[in-house]
Design a protein around this ligand. Structure first.
Ligand SMILES: Nc1nc(=O)c2c([nH]1)NC[C@@H]1CN(c3ccc(C(=O)N[C@@H](CCC(=O)O)C(=O)O)cc3)C=[N+]21
Length: 294
């Protein structure tokens, strides 16, 4: 029962291919529209993981030709000030997408803030209007990480229709929207979580198993049906106590699970690598859509 090791869903390669295509698309649209697409990322505080993500987003923007309007605030910035900044960005014609880097430090009402973003600039797909469209199965801006998972599955022509997808995790950023996207693609969807009894038995039913919990080694080989497609959304940073070096691992016990699964995403280089690219896609979609060029 061996699995060819090339059964890896290579998010990094797909992201790079998509970024090349985006770069060309922007180069074509820019003379018609008369400006670059623009993305504003708001970050509060100095969480090192957030700073790294924001840096990655700005680098990717520069690479494809999106102008960054990054703003970094100290933790004592007020909710009112952030709201006012969002209103300015809503009215700023150079800005196609607005993203509030999450999580915000304690004391901020992030949902209230997300709802100040003009829905057509909500490139994170977290505004109630965009989430509502997703529930209804209408087109709209969709959350980047789950959209990246769907794109990976379609790129590798892995059929979702009629398959049993088990999503472990029910966050508003990943688990819930991904379950809805899988449902829209005609999967039979189960959402499992920390209160699900006999999680292993539920996972073993999955043709497509998604781990989006944020806990290392959450998914062991015994929880995976042979031949299942395993999608690892977890991003956990582990520090080696002897070397002090840190590395990223997912929620899946990769080596043993890879022997059971038909296809599997690595961490890093899998879903996470797709997330930023979907953000760029959403920004360019909003840019083109504003000018009737979608
Ligand atoms: N409003 C908001 N929207 C988000 O989409 C959002 C957020 N807040 N807060 C934090 C999470 C996390 N996130 C990732 C982005 C890039 C990688 C990524 O590039 N990962 C690479 C490697 C990164 C590395 O090596 O450090 C990979 O997995 O291959 C991962 C995770 C977006 N998030």
């Amino acid at each position: 029962m061996t699995t060819p090791t090339d059964r890896i869903l290579d998010g990094k390669a797909l992201a790079s291919k998509m970024q090349d295509a985006l770069q060309q698309k922007i180069a074509k649209l820019q003379p018609q529209i008369g400006r670059q697409p623009g993305l504003a990322v708001l970050m509060v505080g100095d969480n090192p993981a957030s700073a790294a993500y924001v840096g990655g987003k700005e680098k990717a923007c520069a690479k494809v030709g999106i102008r960054s309007f990054g703003q970094h605030f100290p933790t004592d910035v007020s909710q009112e000030k952030l709201t006012a900044i969002i209103h300015e960005l809503n009215a700023d014609d150079r800005v196609d997408g607005i993203l509030v880097q999450l999580p915000l430090p304690d004391g901020f009402d992030s949902v209230a803030l997300l709802h100040e973003i003009a829905p057509h600039k909500d490139v994170d797909g977290l505004h109630a209007l965009n989430l509502g469209k997703l529930v209804r199965g209408e087109p709209g801006l969709q959350s980047c990480t789950p959209a990246g998972v769907m794109r990976l599955l379609s790129e590798y022509k892995l059929d979702v229709r009629g398959k049993h997808a088990v999503v472990v995790g029910r966050s508003i950023l990943v688990g819930k929207p991904l379950a809805l996207m899988l449902l829209a693609a005609d999967a039979t969807v189960t959402i499992a979580h920390s209160r699900t009894p006999d999680l292993a038995a539920v996972c073993r039913q999955a043709d497509i198993l998604v781990a989006a919990v944020g806990r290392t080694q959450m998914i062991s080989a015994e929880m995976v049906k042979p031949g299942a497609v395993v999608i690892d959304v977890g991003i956990n940073r582990l520090t080696d106590p002897t070397t002090g070096k840190s590395r990223l691992v997912g929620d899946v016990d990769f080596e043993p699970v890879k022997e059971v699964a038909s296809w599997i995403t690595p961490v890093p280089g899998g879903v996470g690598a797709m997330t930023v690219t979907m953000l760029l896609e959403n920004t360019v979609w909003s840019y083109a859509n504003t000018h009737g060029l979608v």
